[in-house]
Write a protein that binds this ligand. Structure first.
Ligand code: MG
Length: 384
């Protein structure tokens, strides 16, 4: 395999729109490599290991956590980026930071914080990821946050409400939130990470769901996409048992490979047709990274299936409901007594935002410990 030069549609570190605070260039690493390294060393990144993806962290040692999910996203996104001649370091930086702002206890934690903050500016995990890298990390002497390059921050802010985009754009005219007001897309690197996120969780949530016994291989292989791959595996390896763990592992391996191949193919076709000559032309075009139509339909069906049979499974709903309760009661405790927050936690003009920042940054087990300290009650039978 040969090194390939970046494509005209790739983001180029030498043409970066720069950092919010000017810094001297690093002698050995370009801007996006430096961003990736800053993310790997930040505190919020280490916390991902104890944050729930779907299964509450202490329910089993082999389920995905936010950290292993994040690493799988980075792996898939880099594979795609290499084949599309995108900037792999930028793709890796965006991937590693994409879930930093997730609250403890997965979607239940996020919904709890959204409900608590509804009347006070809301809570969005993408915006929270940006707040972490822009403000909340305190590691450098000359600035708050990690002072990442525009392109990395643009990729981190995947969604943003109109109200938040207006507020961000007042502080940073023409900045990373402007596209949510004026239309337009992020870089192709960011588009690829968004799709890699979905490819990663579609595959690993099946794996975790099967491992937990909440999904059955016989039902999963009734989905046309998985049924087709399962059929191929059995035809090539007649000695394998239908639906066994080994067989399903091979089915999931092939699922990842087919999603990656399909994404590269459909995106290459779109690039050929739209022929952007620069990263800025990518931003001004409709979304370019995509799956083919058949894969899109099959992935929609798979997501719908996982939503009903896994994310809304009574066992998942029950354990995450206790996480939701922990978050809601923690929020109430800090709202009643802001002095319960650590004195050295970064201040905010809005005390409820400060409490939200603190709670969102917690790991699952720290949230449970803090909840027990403040309320005197334990929500899970097991001591995390
Ligand atoms: Mg994710």
């Amino acid at each position: 395999m040969t090194e390939r030069s970046p494509a005209p549609w790739a983001c180029q570190p030498a043409h970066s729109r720069g950092r919010r605070w000017a810094e001297p260039e690093d002698l050995h690493r370009h801007a996006f490599q430096r961003d990736r390294d800053r993310i790997v060393h930040c505190t919020a990144f280490r916390r991902l290991v104890y944050k729930t993806q779907v299964f509450v962290n202490h329910e089993g040692d082999l389920f995905r956590t936010r950290l292993t999910h994040t690493l799988e996203v980075a792996q898939l996104a880099r594979s795609v980026a290499r084949r599309l001649r995108l900037d792999e370091d930028l793709v890796e930086a965006i991937s590693l930071a994409h879930d930093l702002g997730h609250a403890p206890f997965g979607h239940a934690g996020q919904e709890a914080l959204q409900a608590c903050m509804r009347a006070h500016g809301g809570f969005e995990h993408n915006l929270q990821s940006l707040r972490i890298v822009d403000h909340l990390e305190r590691r450098y002497l000359s600035f708050d946050g990690l002072n990442l390059a525009f392109e990395t921050r643009e990729g981190i802010l995947k969604h943003c409400s109109g109200a938040n985009a207006r507020e961000l754009t007042i502080r940073e005219p023409g900045g990373v939130a402007a596209r949510f007001l004026g239309g337009g897309q992020p870089s192709l690197e960011a588009q690829v990470v968004n799709l890699a996120d979905a490819m990663a969780y579609n595959a690993h949530d099946i794996d975790d769901g099967l491992r937990a016994g909440l999904l059955q291989s016989t039902t999963m292989t009734e989905l046309p996409l998985l049924g087709r791959l399962h059929g191929q595996v059995l035809a090539e390896h007649p000695a394998l048992e239908a639906g066994s763990r080994r067989t399903m592992t091979e089915v999931l391996r092939r699922l990842l490979a087919s999603m990656v191949d399909d994404l590269v193919q459909a995106t290459s076709d779109a690039l050929q047709e739209m022929a952007p000559r620069s990263a800025d032309e990518v931003r001004a075009s409709p979304a370019i990274a995509r799956h083919g139509e058949r894969m899109q339909a099959e992935l929609r069906e798979l997501s719908g299936f996982l939503f009903t049979h896994l994310y809304r499974h009574p066992q998942v709903v029950d354990s995450t409901a206790r996480g939701r309760q922990a978050i809601t009661e923690l929020f109430q405790a800090y709202a009643d007594d802001p002095s319960a927050l650590p004195a050295d936690f970064p201040p905010d003009a809005q005390p409820l935002r400060r409490a939200t920042d603190y709670i969102a940054g917690m790991t699952d087990r720290f949230a449970l410990r803090e909840h027990r300290r403040l309320t005197g009650r334990a929500l899970f039978a097991i001591d995390p």
